[in-house]
Write a protein that binds this ligand. Sequence first.
Ligand SMILES: Cc1cc2nc3c(=O)[nH]c(=O)nc-3n(C[C@H](O)[C@H](O)[C@H](O)COP(=O)(O)OP(=O)(O)OC[C@H]3O[C@@H](n4cnc5c(N)ncnc54)[C@H](O)[C@@H]3O)c2cc1C
Length: 808
Amino acid sequence: MKSHAEVVVIGGGVVGCSVLFHLARHGWTDVVLLERDELTSGSTWHAAGGMHTINGDPNVAKLQKYTISLYKEIEELSGQATGVHLTGGVLLAATEARLDWLRGMVSKGRYLGIDLEVISAKEAAELMPLIDPSQFVGAVRNKEDGHLDPSGVTHAYAKAARKLGAEVERFTKVEDIVRRPDGLWRVITNKGDIIAEHVVNAGGLWAREVGRMVGLELPVLAMEHMYLITEDMPEVADWNKKTGTEIIHAVDFDGELYLRQERGGMLMGTYEKANKVWSEFSTPWNFGHELLEPDIDRIAPSLEVGFRHFPAFQKTGIKQIINGPFTFAPDGNPLVGPVRGLPGFWVACGVMAGFSQGGGVGLALSNWMIEGDPGADIWAMDVARYGDWATMAYTNAKVRENYSRRFSIRFPNEELPAGRQLKTTPVYDTLAAKGAQWGVSYGLEVPLWYAPDGVKDEFSWRRSSDFDHVGKEVATVRNGVGLSEISNFAKYKVTGEGAAAWLDRMLACKLPKRGRMTLTPMLKDDGKLIGDFTLANIDDNEWFIAGSGIAEQYHMRWFEAHLPKDGSVHIEALGQKLTGLAIAGPKAREVLAKVSRTDVSNTAFPFMAVARMDIGMAPCLLGRVSYTGDLGYEIWVAPEYQRAAYQALIAAGEEFGIGLFGSRALNALRLEKNYGSWAREYRPIYGPLEAGLDRFVAYGKEADFIGKQAALAERREGGRLRLRSFIVDATDADVIGDEAIWHDGVVRGWVTSGGYAHNSKKSVALGYVPKEIADRPDGFEIEILGKRHAARVQAAPLFDANLERMRA
Ligand SMILES: Cc1cc2nc3c(=O)[nH]c(=O)nc-3n(C[C@H](O)[C@H](O)[C@H](O)COP(=O)(O)OP(=O)(O)OC[C@H]3O[C@@H](n4cnc5c(N)ncnc54)[C@H](O)[C@@H]3O)c2cc1C
């Protein structure tokens, strides 16, 4: 075994082998994979081998499509059969709501290049003969479903990697990992040490143990999972004989089942409601090629549905039940990427669909390691979407919930109950008493809207029970003054002598003067966005940044990786050490003037001013800016003062009819201003010009900010896409995000977010289209729930286009 390597990959499951292959294919051959046993000795060997392209997140779906397209290449390169059967499949809907959900999938598939088609239940039964069509209302056909041989695929990755120069060491257990003073990693194994620049944790079932070696508690947990294999079935033999083809895959969402042919019989798996965690706290090292005891009672309710939906199963015997463990992150998506605070330590774990996602994970990780960027938008899989708040108990609650809901519909207005009330702010109980309906963001409870007694969200794809109430909250803001809680923003404090120079390099904006704020994009080396923030200059050596709450860890990883080594700059993520309130609307200043002794007139405290001032007795930091696009103020306050500030504002606002508004009203307000937001409109695949943020980029500033040259090139060449706001002729359902945008009968773009702008009484969608068509006056249509609705570009904001209200 070698003593030094550029990269050590820990784990010879499908994911580790894919990472190794992708590193080698990308030209890094001084790479070695360490496997404590034989390859596939974790969850890989007993997988059912199913693969599919669809995923709730379109960017993950793209990577799944890539994974499936890869199998031919690794088979040819390695000479190892992968056993791929591209049978195609049907996704079945037993309810209208499910069919709506599937229609959304089809719409996404159009711009992702995934060939999906809505068909009737009868047509589904013609394709998949075991279906009882009377049990279903419709289906979607997916030509890219199939299955493979899990062991064959894993060995094909490994052999192909070896051919390219990578090494694989089996029966080599990593026992510890130590960071050396020179920054390299000492990987201690039962066969000696390897010194490596990079270490990848692809430990699968043992990812937690490998993480703990470097002091990391990863939010992953293994669940038991069962599938059964039937005796040979005459229906299968007949079909094979009649058509010369295998029976295609089926996913029965409402039965929570997946099915495929296995030799002369069928394989049926289920994500049962009464699920079971495996090895809650740590995974035994002596677990190897073993199966768990099947428990048919646990899956009996699902099987009952299966026997009804697929009647041929009633007449056949069960040959074998496989029960094996595999790991999940709290939201069911992988955990991939570099780990904040551990340079050179990478994770590729929590991969619950290794045969659909393993290739994409390997590609992204190898790009990231070698090029410094994953080369794709992998936010949904980024390990940085979790912070320290994702504790073991939180993970346990969410993973169990996610497993039991694997095939359940999640409506756009549906908030899930597990892992809740973990982070709350001091005004939580006060807002709850006012009827706050809560959502969750980065573990924090966030008010979505305020419901009168007895009213709550009715889950739906369409406008729902909150519609009129959110409309009233919007009117409160636009006609008077509203108050909302904004503690869910990420807040950063940057201090030190080098702070200004550092920010000038990190951020693309012109730095604001003392007492002023600005909006600013942050770019990567390739000139694409990696953040968008409000930057406030408090005192030249002290700066305040507000940004997307869900990206706190993501941005801290980036900030810290770029800090100067001389200690001249210090950055702190304030989390809930700083809470927030906002007031907005034409009466906002009058409310503020009543509770502050500072002059808040437009002359003394104009738009984009920032200052410390007391609200009542509470010391606060105030910025005159509002995401509502109205006259408004963001108020940052230490948690111990938040209630006092809240009460002072509510009392002062009473004479102006102050009312509470939640994030749904805020969405309706920002839509009529064409304001985008991080992780929706602004993502690391768009340039500032494409995203309409170029007006905040100081292209001519002296500082050589990160991404400057690429941003200049984008400006010169025009980029490829444009973010546009559309008014949609929608009637009872608005866009959610990820719908297809058609132009002249062809799909040309995708929706990033939208909803109903109550004040303007318009259904609004934001989305990207090619720049060539971005300013066409007509010809656009946006697909909602399978129907195309005419849409028009709305260039000027619907509300306050001349900024009179905001700057008044
Ligand atoms: C019953 C069942 C059915 C499934 N069906 C499907 C399916 O149809 N389709 C699909 O896509 N997925 C399926 N899966 C999930 C799939 O198995 C996983 O997504 C996949 O195996 C994850 O691979 P991995 O490489 O991340 O982890 P693992 O397979 O667990 O591999 C991790 C490897 O790391 C090694 N390792 C760990 N720690 C160390 C150490 N310290 N030193 C050296 N080596 C170490 C282990 O020995 C192991 O070989 C199924 C899972 C189960 C249980």
